[in-house]
Design a protein. Sequence first.
Lengths: 102, 102
Amino acid sequence: MREEEHRLLSAGTVENVSLIFKAFSDPTRIRILYLLSQEECSVNHVSEVLDMSQSAVSHQLSYLRNIRLVKYKREGNAMLYSCDDSHVISLLKQAIDHSEHP
Amino acid sequence: MREEEHRLLSAGTVENVSLIFKAFSDPTRIRILYLLSQEECSVNHVSEVLDMSQSAVSHQLSYLRNIRLVKYKREGNAMLYSCDDSHVISLLKQAIDHSEHP
DNA sequence: TAATTATATGAACATATGCTCATATAAGAT
DNA sequence: ATCTTATATGAGCATATGTTCATATAATTA
């Protein structure tokens, strides 16, 4: 292939893609996202089910919120989080599937 | 959903998935992998096309080799690298597509 | 053989990351 | 109003990460 025929990715695309995958590069965030893909959860619930500190969970949810992978709503004094990008979640599930049935 | 009904991921699955996505979490590796998905390349060629040092490219290729995302063969005194996991590359391309056509 | 070209790799360094700890904010309960 | 429960967040710290620099290894050429 001649050099001028390479399809190179734009800087913006590369940044976007790496941002999404960076979210999936941490075991903790994978577990949180997979849990949220099954049900809407409060911070405490995530914290208990995944056996993590409240602070660690909240920090990670803040991270996932910033890149719009999760959304949240208040219910009483609890915050309910859920997934907010079905296409990206589908990528995660494909990878899980691939890993479990190689 | 009752707590005992959660489908939790095994530690092994979480580790595998995060390992794959970690490879995609760095802009440099995304560019390398996308280039290799289009053509078999020598280290020097990658280095020139992506405007990176030979050493940086070689280190990253070594990384990608270790997790079996790329394979390589010798040709003279050059090493030719190419992608070695079509399913994983498909995940990358889906993410690129999603990012370019939101 | 000596020089050149291509690649690999260890060490060092700057930056990024994920957690804990302490504390702040906010809503419900008493 | 006060206390409790739930969540958010800044600071600090230990570890991980990606690059450069120098050098080693390997095949080709003169």
